[in-house]
Each structure stands twice: as structure tokens, then as C-alpha cells.
Design a protein around this ligand. Structure first.
Ligand code: PGA
Length: 228
């Protein structure tokens, strides 16, 4: 099948909700291989492995985009250890997670770091997935609306805890975030195959950001399948 026909098929069969997997500082060569071999999907799926696996995974699973978990707030230059958006773009990365609460907690990143990284992404036509907690207004007020930006509402109390806010609350926050400029919104925090059917009934949500449950291909597959 030609890649154009393949692409049109993917678009036609695209999932209703965007499903983004964030492996955080987890994974292995074997995990990459099992996703490449076993994951079946029809689009609207992004996997964000650790940086060392980006080049291994990009373009290897049809209809899956590969995203980075962070990027440099600088352009290319003398910034040892940083991975710039130009470098990410160069290998075909289309999404970057920015401002995750773990970057703030363990690396003391600030709102200005987040804003700089969003700008670097947009300069390189990369979609920023901006993570926010209940204090989202502090960041969103400073973001000029750009239809590429995705806002992931991730209450810190829900990350890795199995405790989710109720759907009504998520819907209120997601709708409020959208009212700032029609951003697309995701929910993240303890998303699993058990709660995805309920989460996908939230009308204002455009997708989910999945941490722990994205580390097992069969579990991630159930989430992806449920979002078709
Ligand atoms: P979790 O993580 O799904 O393991 O709660 C979500 C996240 O931090 O993005």
C-alpha cells in the first residue's frame, strides 16, 4: 500500500481521542521492540519514550507519532546535555511534553522555562504538550493562543496514585482551559484501561496523557482500542 493511501486510511480511521503515552524514566530496548512489534492502532497515538530511544522508535510504528519528554529552552549551541527542538525535529519528532510536574519538582523548572520551551517548539513546528496543575491560569494567561498547543490537565494528586477527580470536575477545568483560547485539552493522572471508558465520556476532553499504564503494551493497547 502506498504511504499516501496508508496515511489517508489512518486519517479516516483516526481515533476520537488522542492517546499519549509518557514512559518517563522507564523502559528498555525490549520494551521499544515490543511496542514496535505488537501495538496496533489507526492514528491519534503518541508515545514519548526516554530520549535515548527516540531515534530507535521514530517512524517504526505506522500511525504512531513519537514525542519527547522535554526539550531545551535554547536553540542549538553550547548547552551541554540539552536536546534542542532543532535536533528533535531533525529526526522527525512532532510532539514534546513540557512543564511536567516532575520537571518542576525535581528540576525546579519555572513558568519562564515552560514558556521558552513552548516557543522553541512552535518555532520548529513541533506540538507542545503543556502540563498544568490546578494553578493552570498562571501559565495559560501567558501563552498566546496557538492551535498547535495541547494543554494536559494533570492534578499532582492524581499522578501515580490511582485517585482521579470526578468527571464533572475534569470537564469544568477542561472547559475553562478551552475558554482561554480554544486550546485542545488532555487529562493525565492514573489513566488506565479501567477508567478510560468513563474519561472518554467527558465531552470537552480531546485526549489523555498516560504514564504508568503506557509501560505495558497490552494495557496501552486496551486504552488505545477504547478510544477508537
Ligand atoms: P500516571 O502518570 O498515569 O502514572 O499517573 C501520568 C503523568 O504523569 O503524565
Amino acid at each position: 500500500m502506498s504511504s499516501l493511501t496508508n496515511q489517508s486510511l489512518c486519517l479516516k480511521m483516526a481515533l476520537k481521542m488522542l492517546v499519549i503515552g509518557n514512559w518517563k524514566s522507564n523502559g528498555s530496548h525490549n520494551l521499544c521492540e515490543s511496542f514496535i512489534r505488537d501495538l496496533k492502532c489507526n492514528g491519534n497515538v503518541v508515545i514519548c519514550p526516554p530520549a535515548i530511544y527516540l531515534a530507535n522508535m521514530v517512524h517504526k510504528i505506522s500511525c504512531v507519532e513519537i514525542g519527547a519528554q522535554d526539550c531545551s529552552s535554547f536553540t542549538n549551541g553550547p548547552y551541554t546535555g540539552d536536546i534542542s527542538c532543532e535536533l528533535l525535529k531533525g529526526i522527525g519528532i512532532k510532539y514534546v511534553i513540557i512543564g511536567h510536574s516532575e520537571r518542576i519538582r525535581f528540576h525546579h523548572e519555572t513558568i519562564n522555562n515552560t514558556l521558552d520551551k513552548v516557543h522553541r517548539c512552535l518555532e520548529h513546528n513541533i506540538i507542545p504538550i503543556v502540563c498544568v496543575d490546578d494553578d493552570y491560569q498562571n501559565i495559560i494567561d501567558k501563552l498566546s493562543f496557538n492551535e498547535q498547543i495541547l494543554i494536559a490537565y494533570e492534578p499532582i494528586s492524581s499522578i501515580g496514585t490511582g485517585i482521579l477527580p470526578d468527571n464533572k470536575y475534569i470537564d469544568i477545568i477542561s472547559s475553562h482551559i478551552k475558554s482561554f483560547g480554544k486550546f485542545k485539552t488532555l487529562y493525565g493522572g492514573s489513566v488506565t484501561s479501567k477508567n478510560i471508558d468513563s474519561l472518554k465520556s467527558i465531552k470537552s476532553l480531546d485526549g489523555v496523557l498516560v504514564g504508568g499504564a503506557s509501560l505495558i503494551v497490552s494495557e496501552f493497547q486496551l486504552i488505545v482500542d477504547s478510544c477508537k
